[in-house]
Design a protein around this ligand. Structure first.
Ligand code: GLU
Length: 446
């Protein structure tokens, strides 16, 4: 290759369930990497397994990615590309690298047990390679349909992994992988390579659970393509007790986080930074997060995280979030308090929807709270004249203090309770002007 190629990456989920925060890690690493190189991001649905793949899962994955801020430059579905895979399989057959095998699962299992008993590794013995044409015909006459194995070259395959550094696999220690099942459907390996070639993918960034596939895929790239893409295998996420995440774990699915009102950047910050050289902290934008991504400095160990971290990151993001970033969503929640309201309450919420509580406090009614008579009188008499601003609270409480001799908690707690119906909450100097003279007077008298 002489012309420099445009960077192209792909995120290739199988739409057999909802994607989780660990899949978000893969998607985001691909997205951030490609955008740092002005490259393209391809969303590829690995839906060759028509039984288990569902369109609704594919659609929800698209929505989840959109929520994270990922907008694919191209979307492909493997189920629409079978002719390409058939052509590749034919090519491999024609050069003797894809060969028919007739063993049943039970036969293979018995063979593996015999190998184990003799202390041999459970590697396929290539018995099918020595079948004569007559033997194959006899097997087919019995009603057996062949599955097809890729004949590996028994040599050491090496690559420079952008995360793991220099890697090598001795293919003599691997079974020839099945590429096509007896019913003619494809396993993941061949379609993946065919698409990566056809779509000119330059970098394959994926979880380290795929390291073992890489040597096989490199041999396929060498036969079917013109060059081998770069590989980067990132560490996987585990939950706090060290278990891997699975698509069946509904609660950490992006859909449930999205529907639960989590900020997408809380999920993105955790997904990218955990197990990296950077401390996990809330990052406000994908652009800023991209600047922190360094594939070469990812940890090699699994990255453990605690679900509680998501809530913590979410709260910290909201505490610093400018009004412009939430204005529309606040309106959607029926909140009209504008910037002053947002700045007053953002430090006291864990999720954006918690704003509703403080909006109802501003609007009233709030649970009535009885004040001592002398305190009530002093508070009513000291109310400063309108208009009210941020200094009003200090002026008012100084007057009450002078009249009652109360200070500290004895002064502030009854006021907080009578004004908000709560013992804790946003700073009263910010809430007071929002509640306004009329409501404050009414609450003091309730
Ligand atoms: N469909 C595969 C998966 O979800 C894609 C692996 C790859 O990126 O090559 O694990």
């Amino acid at each position: 290759m002489t012309t420099p190629m445009k960077t192209k990456v792909r995120f290739a989920p199988s739409p057999t369930g909802r994607i989780h925060i660990g899949n978000a890690r893969t998607a985001l690493m691909n997205w951030l990497f490609s955008k740092s190189q002005m490259g393209d991001f391809i969303l590829r649905f690995d839906d060759t397994d028509v039984e288990r793949s569902r369109r609704e899962y594919a659609d929800s994955i698209e929505m989840d990615l959109h929520w994270l801020g990922i907008k694919p430059d191209l979307l492909v579905r493997q189920s629409e590309r079978f002719p390409l895979y058939a052509a590749a399989a034919e090519k491999l057959k024609s050069i003797g690298r894809l060969y028919p095998c007739y063993e049943t699962e039970e036969e293979l299992d018995r063979r593996r047990k015999r190998q184990a008993a003799r202390g041999l590794p459970p590697v396929y013995d290539r018995a099918a390679l020595s079948l004569s044409d007559a033997e194959k015909q006899a097997l087919e006459a019995e009603g057996r349909k062949p599955h097809w194995r890729f004949k590996l070259e028994h040599r050491i395959v090496e690559w420079h992994d952008l995360v793991r550094g220099s890697c090598h696999v001795d293919c003599a220690s691997l079974s020839d992988p099945v590429l096509v099942r007896a019913d003619g459907t494809y396993l993941y390996t061949l379609p993946s390579v065919v698409d990566d070639i056809d779509l000119q993918v330059t970098h394959i960034i994926r979880g380290e659970d795929h390291v073992t596939n890489t040597a096989v895929q490199i041999q396929l790239f060498e036969i079917l393509g013109t060059h081998v893409p770069h590989f980067a295998h990132h560490n996987l996420l585990t939950n706090a007790s060290g278990e891997g995440l699975s698509k069946r774990m509904g609660h950490l699915s992006l859909t449930s986080l999205r529907e639960g009102g989590l900020e997408p950047m809380a999920a993105a910050s955790l997904a990218v930074l955990v197990g990296s050289a950077e401390a996990v902290r809330p990052i406000a934008s994908l652009q800023a997060l991209g600047a922190l991504l360094d594939l070469g400095r990812l940890s090699r160990a699994p990255a453990r995280f605690d679900e509680g971290e998501l809530d913590h990151l979410n709260a910290r993001l909201l505490h610093d979030m400018p009004y412009a970033d939430v204005a529309e969503r606040l309106q959607g929640l029926g909140i009209e308090g504008g910037e002053a309201f947002w700045l007053a309450i953002r430090g006291n919420i864990g999720r954006l929807q918690d704003s509703k509580l403080w909006w109802s406090v501003v609007q009233g009614p709030v649970a009535p709270h009885a004040l001592e008579a002398a305190f009530q009188t002093a508070a009513l008499e000291s109310l400063p004249p309108a208009p009210w601003g941020h200094e009003t609270w200090a002026q008012w409480t100084a007057q009450i203090k002078a009249k009652t001799g109360l200070s500290g908690k004895a002064l502030f707690m009854p006021l907080r309770q009578v004004l908000t119906g709560h013992e804790h909450g946003p700073e009263l100097k910010a809430l007071l002007p929002l509640i306004g003279p009329e409501q404050v007077r009414a609450r003091l008298m309730a």
